[in-house]
Design a protein around this ligand. Structure first.
Ligand code: UDX
Length: 448
């Protein structure tokens, strides 16, 4: 069966590649000709583990194609999936549907012969119904089926998430749409993956409710971490014990500088505004948003305390720019917020990230971009960890000590164990635990 996927961002490219891997004949469409030319040469627009190899394989085997011309592929495909971005409109806080409507403007003439149009982009509740009306307004003869099919992929884990789905959600009132989607997800149905067929509005709500719950869970553990710091508690042991309760689960219980990225902050905000609009405010989610917005400021306070209140003239090594590990995405990254605050307070910053450097250099002037983590630490008065990359977890702590002027580590992702840091005699600030060895005198000589 032929499938067209419109939009070659995370969702479009990962879904397209994975559907091709499952045996479908997939064409990915993007209006950006430059992006398409690069994709034809196997150059990806972003970093995602294992995507490049899988994409190459499916292109080689003839199941995955790229084009900027919608017409041919839309006319010959049975299923057309929209996976364009729906970013936040910063003026209103709402989710922008500009790109979706622009796709529909081009697509409407080809919606004939009961083709199935699937919406994978995250869209506000009620959008599917509005889209239907919009298409009929553009093309009175249109004959198509329509379904919502939200995705739950995480950046950095997207291939794994697609191939090992927790559940599939399909929102439609059309029987034909239901049966076509059952063909599309045939393999997963055979594997017994939970398959939820529901109304379009419920499908749209499921996506928002899932992301809101994840944001809530992260904020909850962050608040617990704050409480541990005041109560001589240990958040690592607390999270482990909480996670062992199968009703709670261990996922999303790692404290950090707050949730970021292109989805959670935007989706929680959309849900909160929508709920107020329909006069059912989600006060819990409103609190989560408030708390998460203040999180970078709280992180700054920890750093200031570690530097005894004075950041002016201090040289600080920063490890981690992206909003989490295994991505090159800087969108809504708490790291950038914290870095800007430190910079404005007069600190000299030496930064390193395994994948985020190129984009960061364009938006963060005045920083030193190091070639590796150790170079970032050279002669620094302290080290701040902002993202939980494996590369940072594997650092040789003896070398860290040699490179830093002062053995001060502020770990805002809790990547090191307390025992490790204690035995190496670092002054160690982490989340949800009292600092170790709080006062450290500067060494006389810095490493060469
Ligand atoms: C999210 C959803 O997980 C995914 O289902 C949806 O399709 C898109 O949005 P993503 O934005 O890739 O995925 O990131 P995710 O892994 O969910 O992390 C979100 C944020 O929460 C990150 O900033 C991350 O660092 C933070 N986080 C996550 C924590 O601080 N602690 C945790 O334990 C987990």
């Amino acid at each position: 069966m032929k499938i067209t996927i419109i939009g070659t961002g995370y969702v479009g490219l990962v879904s397209g590649t994975c559907f091709a891997e499952l045996g479908f004949d997939v064409t990915c469409v993007d209006k950006d000709e430059n992006k398409i030319q690069k994709l034809k040469k196997s150059t990806l627009p972003f970093f995602e583990p294992n995507l490049s190899e899988l994409l190459d394989k499916n292109v080689r085997e003839g199941r995955l194609h790229f084009t900027s011309l919608l017409k041919n592929t839309a006319e010959t495909s049975k299923i057309i999936i929209i996976a364009v971005g729906t970013p936040c409109d910063f003026e209103t806080g709402r989710t922008s549907l500009k790109d979706i409507y622009s796709v529909l403007d081009s697509l409407a003439p080809y919606l004939r012969n009961n083709k199935l149009l699937v919406l994978k982009s995250t869209v506000p509740i009620g959008t599917l119904k509005k889209i239907e009306q919009y298409i009929y307004m553009l093309n009175k003869q249109a004959k198509f089926e329509l379904a919502s099919n939200p995705e739950f992929l995480r950046e950095g884990n997207a291939i794994q998430d697609f191939m090992k789905l927790d559940r599939i959600v399909v929102g439609t009132e059309s029987l034909k749409a239901k049966s076509l989607l059952r063909i599309l997800y045939h393999n997963f149905l055979l594997e017994g993956i939970p398959y939820i067929e529901t109304t379009p509005e419920t499908a749209e709500l499921i996506k928002y409710a899932s992301n809101a719950f994840l944001g809530l869970k992260v904020s909850y553990i962050n608040q617990m971490a704050d409480l541990c710091e005041k109560s001589n508690g240990n958040i690592r042991e607390l999270a482990q014990a909480l996670g062992l309760d199968h009703r709670i689960g261990r996922g999303f219980l790692d404290p950090g500088p707050g949730f970021g990225g292109s989805c959670l902050p935007k989706d929680l905000l959309e849900l909160s505004i929508y709920a107020k609009e329909v006069e059912k405010p989600l006060t819990l989610i409103d609190e989560v948003l408030k708390f998460n917005n203040l999180r970078p400021q709280k992180m700054l306070k920890i750093i200031q305390t570690a530097f005894e209140g004075n950041l002016k003239g201090k040289t600080i090594a920063i490890l981690g720019l992206t909003f989490k590990a295994n991505t090159d995405d800087l969108r809504d990254s708490p790291s950038l917020n914290i870095i800007n605050k430190l910079y404005n307070l007069g600190a000299t910053l030496q930064v390193y990230d395994p994948k985020g450097m190129e984009s960061a250099q364009k938006i963060l002037p005045g920083l030193y971009f190091a070639k590796n983590p150790y170079e970032a630490m050279k002669n620094a008065d302290g080290l701040v960890i902002l993202t939980e990359w494996e590369e940072f977890k594997d650092l040789d702590l003896e070398r860290v000590k040699q490179f830093l002027k002062t053995p001060l580590v502020i770990d805002l992702r809790n990547i090191f164990s307390l025992d490790q840091m204690k035995s190496k005699e670092f002054t160690y600030y982490s989340l949800g635990h009292r600092p170790l060895n709080e006062k450290t005198k500067p060494k006389r000589q810095a490493a060469a």
